[in-house]
Design a protein around this ligand. Sequence first.
Ligand SMILES: *Cc1c(COP(=O)(O)O)cnc(C)c1O
Length: 383
Amino acid sequence: MIYLDYAATTPVDPRVVEKMLGFLGPDSCFANPASRSHRLGWQAEAAVESARKQVASLINADVREIVWTSGATESNNLAIKGGLAGLRKQGGELGERRHIVTSLTEHKAVLDCFESLESEGYEISYIRPDTSGVVTVDLLSQSIRKDTALVSIMHVNNETGVINPVMELGELVKRQGALFHVDAAQSAGKIPLDARTIQADLLSVCAHKIYGPKGVGALFVRRTSDFSVEPLIHGGGHERGMRPGTLASHQLVALGEAFAIAQASQRHEYEKLTELKTRFLRPLLLRDDVKVNGDLINSVPGIINLSFLNKDGQLLLAAMPDLAISSGSACTSANMAPSHVLKAMGVTDEAALGSLRFSFGRFTTEREVDQALTRLTTALDKL
Ligand SMILES: *Cc1c(COP(=O)(O)O)cnc(C)c1O
């Protein structure tokens, strides 16, 4: 199999696996990081705090601004529901606001979270992006209001790779005094990401999109007296009361290591992926039955979303059984509904159903890209 589905998840980097193994077995640093009564506990705590530094460093945050979670889905829920609950609890003008804004191209972890808030009295505005998939400042300014409590916009889209102008968006959100949440699951470690300059109050990341294990992530919570995040679950007061439960030390050191490796190799990998993208796309762009969804320039190099004229995506997939690629996003490919992201960008149902996402990563080789290209062009010519 040729694995070209890095946007769905990545393998764990062998250096990260090695690190993780030091926190599992009987001779390892397996103790509970919350155990204060013995040295093994202190050692585990030191390792977890060192991982916190690695995560904070990648996004230019303070260690006290990092809250551990089980992944970006939980980070998004904690940011949005916990952030709004914090505002309500604190009261005042901000606590009275009941309008929230997001975009139609968000991950389901954000969209479903917003939907659940409707029954709690929140009014939602969904921004439709421009045809290249970007949420522009103009579009946000048409939706944001004086009573907007929170705005949630993703940094990089998981289906198209398109990059939103989060810095300019953050400026507008802060001018309105609302909370700004950014889902950065697809950008952390891949392109420069600075929680300070984008003025994020809340920012979600996870490990498994950047060569760490599944089931672990973090939420950046800006240190300020303006707002606080209420926990979604209760029990023990860990993570400064925002997220209780025994810390998954093996997962957390792995997340830290994955982020540290990404920080060191980000520029090099960006260049390598850009070369692979060009290598893959150059011959395809000469064909008149292939169309790129999104924006070739304003996107991360690892994600390429294509539509094929008069071709069924499922038949194409079936014609390339040794390629691990995605039709729509992995989360929605169980049902055959056209991708909500492509639909929001104005792509027709037919073209959306015929779309495929190729995503490259750290272990993708030129040879694999060439083979994928041959499989695809053969399948296109045959069907
Ligand atoms: C993968 C992903 C998520 C979900 O992250 P999990 O860690 O799998 O819960 C959320 N948002 C985006 C943009 C993603 O790509």
